[in-house]
Design a protein around this ligand. Structure first.
Ligand SMILES: Nc1ncnc2c1ncn2[C@@H]1O[C@H](COP(=O)(O)OP(=O)(O)OP(=O)(O)O)[C@@H](O)[C@H]1O
Ligand SMILES: [Mg+2]
Length: 269
């Protein structure tokens, strides 16, 4: 009772893997609100020195919940949510209980791991964290080398002593490097910037290994989701959104342009 949550400090030596999924952390207002922050479509993203915080925007949360309740959104997602992601349906649905009689229901409960979050902050928050962790686990299983360490936690501002405005979020290792979309590849011409040309075959080979893995259909192929380390030229995929939230039309266009501009051009088809 009344235990102050540990405070995440934005220090160089901070390591994301010291955080524990499902725990509450506080974060100083300065760490949260000073410096680079972006309002993206689904997430508000704060880029700090040692880590990146991502919290669902209200649009992101409402799309997530619509998709999980099988309600229409104004785009066609690349896939339907998997059964184990649709907790609400599984928990409340009479038929799902009948059909899964021989399987313990709890096995399908993605928030099991986030039971503490569910008890203290509600089902929706636990579900949001669980669904995002599910996506992360899928990617880490197939292409671990490209996926930065990420933790799924509750966050509150240090100044909010009552924790009234706590929110679920992802804390991801900050990747220092150049964005594939805009810093490595000119988004208008589709050509690599001069200094990057010698390194494109290595980048293309890494993209091809993602393309050949089962992770391919879980990736948002927008090239801005890839960051390349400037020294090692190692590629990272930073987007966290569950793949059923990715619009099909945009993704096939993004995928085609990655293939045209990078993989096809430098490695052949
Ligand atoms: N771990 C990270 N390290 C460095 N930069 C990052 C990291 N995560 C995200 N970014 C930067 O922030 C941008 C937005 O992050 P992200 O793709 O996770 O949000 P998003 O809401 O999915 O954006 P969008 O909907 O536009 O794809 C990325 O394109 C990247 O430039
Ligand atoms: Mg993105």
């Amino acid at each position: 009772m009344g235990i102050e949550p540990e405070c995440i400090e934005d220090q160089k030596e901070f390591s994301v893997d010291t955080l524990i999924d499902g725990q509450m952390y506080s974060i100083s207002d300065a760490a949260l609100f000073e410096g680079d922050s972006r309002a993206c479509l689904f997430y508000r993203v704060w880029i700090k020195q040692a880590f990146v915080v991502k919290a669902c925007t209200s649009e992101g949360l409402s799309d997530l919940s619509s998709l999980l309740h099988n309600k229409p959104v104004d785009y066609i997602p690349i896939r339907r949510p998997r059964e184990e992601e649709m907790l609400v349906k599984v928990e409340r649905g009479f038929f799902s209980k009948m059909f899964h009689r021989n399987r313990p229901i709890v096995e399908l409960d993605p928030t099991q791991e986030f039971a503490g979050v569910k008890a203290s902050y509600g089902h929706e928050n636990a579900h949001m964290l669980a669904v995002h962790k599910h996506q992360y686990s899928t990617l880490r299983k197939h292409i671990p080398q490209f996926i930065p360490e990420t933790r799924f936690v509750m966050l509150k501002r240090a100044s909010d002593s009552a924790g009234i405005r706590s929110f679920p979020g992802m804390v991801q290792k900050r990747i220092f490097g150049a964005s594939l979309g805009g810093e490595v590849i000119d988004m208008f011409s589709g050509n690599a910037y001069k200094e990057w040309v010698p390194h494109i075959p290595r980048i293309a080979a890494q993209l091809r290994s993602i393309q050949k893995s089962p992770a391919k259909q879980h990736i948002d192929w927008n090239i801005q989701n890839f960051i390349v380390n400037r020294d090692s030229h190692h590629l990272h995929y930073v987007d966290c959104k569950p793949s059923f939230m990715i619009p099909r039309y945009c993704n096939s266009r993004s995928y085609d342009s990655v293939r045209e501009c990078i993989i096809g051009r430098y490695l052949g088809r």
